[in-house]
Structure formats: structure tokens, C-alpha cells
Design a protein around this ligand. Structure first.
Ligand code: NIG
Ligand code: FE
Length: 475
């Protein structure tokens, strides 16, 4: 932490600035000293005149995922203010409370002040399922699908995931990193500050390691937070045709241990579906992942129903897609701590049936939303678009979509202690939308109303004011 921030933090704590916070149990000094921003500590930021601040703080004090009616509770403060120091949120309350604080009055010139002019502020989106480690769009697949072919027919005819492998294998790490960084930047412009990024188009030990290193390289140049996932088990590569067990063995015995040794991923993912890996393969891969210290997640029931009971017994952090689930699957999911991550961008792009979001939520399943950004089934980096699809195609309420894309998505990455809500102690990751009412975020279809993004307490470069500025007003 920079000396200035340290002094400021100490002063804030001693002077009780937190009086205008709406939240309990503050231990600012502790967490502010654990400043985790990658670069130089950003200047403290005071956001004022926020029309609606969606705090997503838990009414019941439950730190876990929101289920049932709780999913629709956003805990909105009107005419709000937020103070961020050392990359963390320090105080949350009304503008009046912030401006009446004697310390703020005295030190106002030393803060970066952002006049939000009545706009909406929410936690930066957590996109908990993306595949950005690819080189090219799959335009031939796209054209074939517009002509009526299905995703599976295209894959069987040599397109699909396997057709993204060749140029990933041929690419250098920095070429791949540049593509990943471009995707991350697209995501930030639409309000995303945390991204789970999977490998999965290398499908060999060397190319999967290269993909994860490229993710790491891109992450180091991006102000948000990236959570890397090994998806060596995306499909069986062509050289292992009819020998899927041999490939599973390579993943279990070589890929997973090497990724673990080099600390290149936090999760191991498996595509457990028709035409990819079986339930038996998935259980074997999960076991190897756990032996090597990883938490697990899987793609399930996208193309056909995947039996969930045995997978759930392995306590996956998240099961994603869940398009073809039956009542028994839904009740098993509801009783588990696993998040069901819905990715309606893929249903939209492939023109296939949407997951039964209403039944899942009403049964008490913890639901998250993500883009599934990838070249084959969901080439969108836009969380607002995903929220819009969730409202119009899956009958989620606008409020439910916001919780699913922030706090529940943070739970899907096991980041609920630091991400997903605007509460003292959490990372200062916020998106400011140029709208008066949060429901406009999913309402304005295929539009981008994101005006400013703050990640780790810093304004992202494309939005940052000129060097030396200490006040900006959003018009
Ligand atoms: O989540 N289902 C598997 N994986 C991706 C598709 C990847 C691709 O087609 O390139 C998905 O939809
Ligand atoms: Fe996916």
C-alpha cells in the first residue's frame, strides 16, 4: 500500500468515517492492509450522487448464494455514496451522510471524486464461465447453422470445438494472450470486472499449458480479476479418436499434475455431455483434480441429459448449462451447495431450448448467469445482453438477473468474500450505468450503457480521467 493510502486509511478508521456506512463488522485496517491491487495503489475514490446503488448486501446476513425470493433482493440505496481506499470499499451510505462527514469535508480535495449525476451503480459483473483462449471466430460453423445444421452435426462433420484446435496449437503464447486480452477488454466495457477464463482449445499437455500461461499473461495486463480454469476435457482431440480413455489418462496423469505444480489454474472443468465425456470419465477426472488440489466444475446437460447425482456427490462448485434437467435433477441441485450457472447466450446463438430458470429458482437452486463467451456457441462478451435474454427468454426478473450475475456468480468462483456486492471490506469493483433505473440494464437490448468501470479501486484506462484530475462529473 502506498504511504498516502496507509495514512488515509488509518485516519479514516480513527476518525470513525464509517459512521455513514450501513454495514456492520468493519475491520478496515485489517483488510485495507491486505491491499491486493496489481499495480500502484489507486487514488482513493468517492462516488457521489448515485441515483440507485445496488449494494447486493445480504438482508439475512447470509454470505452464501441467494436462493428463492432472496435472489430478487438487491438492497438499493438511493442518492448514495461509496468511498474506496486502497482498492477496497470502505464506506457505503447516502450522499448526505458522506458530505456531512467532517473528515470528508477536510480531505475532499485529496480524493478522486466522481459525481454520478443520478446514474445506477452496481457491483462489477462476475462472468463466471468464459472460453477466451482461442484465435479465430468459427464463421463456417455459423454459416452452416444459419443454413439449418445443428451444433452436433457440425461437430461430427469436422467443425465444432476440434476445428478451433489447430490454430491455437500453432499460435505463440503472446498471440494467444493478445486475443484473450482483447476479449477481457470487451467485457470490461460492458461492466464486467471478474472473469473465469478456461483453456480448452489446445487439447494437448503443451497447448493447454500454453493456453493457461496466455490467460495469466493477459490477466496481468488487465485491471480486473481473472480466475483460470483447466478445460483439457473439452472434447477428445482427433489424434485420440476411438481412444478416449487414453486421453482421459493423459489429462489425469500429466495435464492436471503439471497445471497444479505450476499453479496455472484454480478449477478443473469437464464437458460432460453427449459427444464429449461420459459420467464415468467425468468422475475419474474430478477425482484426479481433487487429488491435485483443484476444485471442480462441469458443463452438463447442454445437448442431452447428464445424470447429476454422482457428479453432485463430488461437490462441484458449479454445474453449467443445465438445459436438459428433470425434476429429480432440480431437487438434487436445490439440496446441494453447487451453483447452477445458466448461459442463455449459448441457447440464443445455437437456437436451442433455454434452461428452466423459473423452476430452478423456485425450487431453491442457487442460480448464476454467465456469457459462456466462446467462438462456437456464444460469441458475446456482454453480460447486459445475457441479463436481457434471462428476462425475456427465461422469465427471470431484472432483479434476479443482477444477483445471478454478481453475488451468485462470485459464489460460483468461491470469491464471495471479496466480490459480488458493494459492502465495506470487499474489492472496489463497480460498474456505473448511464441509466436512472437498474431495470434498464436488461431492458435496452443489445445496447451498451456502461459509462464507467472501477476495478480494484482504479478507473479502467479507457475511462480514466487525464493525469492529475481530481474530480469528474458524469453527464
Ligand atoms: O460451453 N459446451 C462446450 N463448450 C462450449 C462450446 C465451445 C465451442 O463450441 O467452441 C460451450 O457452449
Ligand atoms: Fe462453456
Amino acid at each position: 500500500m502506498e504511504l498516502f493510502d496507509f495514512l488515509l486509511t488509518t485516519a479514516l478508521t480513527q476518525r470513525g468515517l464509517v459512521r455513514w456506512s450501513h454495514h456492520r463488522g468493519l475491520k478496515q485496517e485489517l483488510y485495507l492492509r491486505k491491499n491486493s491491487t496489481k499495480t500502484r495503489s489507486p487514488r482513493p475514490i468517492l462516488l457521489l450522487n448515485i441515483g440507485q446503488l445496488l449494494t447486493l448486501s445480504s438482508v439475512s446476513g447470509n454470505p452464501g448464494p441467494r436462493r428463492g425470493v432472496e435472489l430478487g433482493e438487491l438492497e438499493i440505496i438511493e442518492d448514495a455514496a461509496v468511498l474506496c481506499v486502497g482498492g477496497k470499499i470502505v464506506s457505503v451510505g447516502t450522499t448526505h451522510e458522506a458530505l456531512s462527514d467532517p473528515w470528508i469535508k477536510k480531505n475532499r480535495k485529496r480524493l478522486m471524486e466522481i459525481d454520478c449525476a443520478g446514474k445506477v451503480v452496481l457491483p462489477g459483473f462476475v462472468d463466471s464461465h468464459t472460453h477466451p483462449a482461442f484465435i479465430s471466430p468459427r464463421l463456417v460453423d455459423f454459416e452452416k447453422r444459419s443454413a439449418g445444421a445443428t451444433y452436433e452435426e457440425i461437430a461430427e462433420a469436422g467443425g465444432g470445438i476440434r476445428s478451433s484446435v489447430e490454430n491455437v496449437r500453432a499460435a505463440t503464447k503472446s498471440e494467444l494472450a493478445a486475443k484473450i486480452l482483447a476479449a477481457l477488454q470487451q467485457m470490461t466495457t460492458q461492466g464486467t470486472t471478474t472473469v473465469e477464463a478456461k483453456s480448452g482449445y489446445g487439447l494437448s499437455v503443451g497447448s493447454e499449458l500454453k493456453s493457461l500461461e496466455a490467460i495469466q499473461l493477459a490477466a496481468a495486463q488487465w485491471p480486473g480479476t481473472v480466475v483460470p480454469t483447466l478445460l483439457g476435457a473439452h472434447v477428445v482431440p482427433s489424434e485420440f479418436k476411438n481412444q478416449s480413455q487414453k486421453y482421459v489418462e493423459v489429462i489425469c496423469e500429466q495435464m492436471i499434475p503439471q497445471v497444479s505444480k505450476r499453479k496455472l489454474a484454480r478449477f478443473v472443468d469437464v464437458f460432460c455431455d453427449r459427444g464429449a465425456f461420459s459420467e464415468e470419465d467425468c468422475l475419474r477426472l474430478f477425482a484426479a483434480a481433487k487429488r491435485n488440489g483443484f476444485q471442480v466444475r462441469a458443463h452438463v446437460s447442454q445437448l442431452a441429459r447428464t445424470a447429476l447425482a454422482n457428479l453432485l456427490a463430488m461437490n462441484p462448485v458449479s454445474l453449467d448449462h443445465v438445459d436438459h434437467v428433470d425434476e429429480a435433477d432440480i431437487s438434487q441441485l436445490a439440496q446441494s451447495s453447487t451453483i447452477a450457472t445458466l448461459v442463455p447466450g449459448a441457447n440464443y446463438f445455437l437456437g436451442i431450448k433455454y434452461p428452466p430458470a423459473r423452476r430452478l429458482i423456485d425450487a431453491g437452486v442457487a442460480v448464476a448467469l454467465a456469457t459462456d463467451f466462446n467462438p462456437g456457441s456464444s460469441p458475446t462478451a456482454s453480460m447486459p445482453f445475457v441479463l436481457s435474454l434471462a428476462c425475456t427468454q427465461m422469465k427471470m426478473s431484472p432483479a434476479e438477473t443482477i444477483s445471478a450475475a454478481t453475488i451468485n456468480a462470485a459464489c460460483a468462483l468461491r470469491l464471495e468474500q471479496t466480490k459480488g456486492s458493494i459492502e465495506p471490506g470487499k474489492d472496489a469493483d463497480m460498474a456505473i450505468f448511464n441509466v436512472r433505473d437498474y431495470r434498464e440494464i436488461p431492458y435496452w437490448t443489445a445496447a451498451n450503457h456502461c459509462a464507467l468501470v472501477i476495478a480494484g479501486g482504479a478507473m479502467i484506462p479507457s475511462h480514466a480521467p487525464p493525469f492529475g484530475a481530481y474530480r469528474i462529473a458524469l453527464l
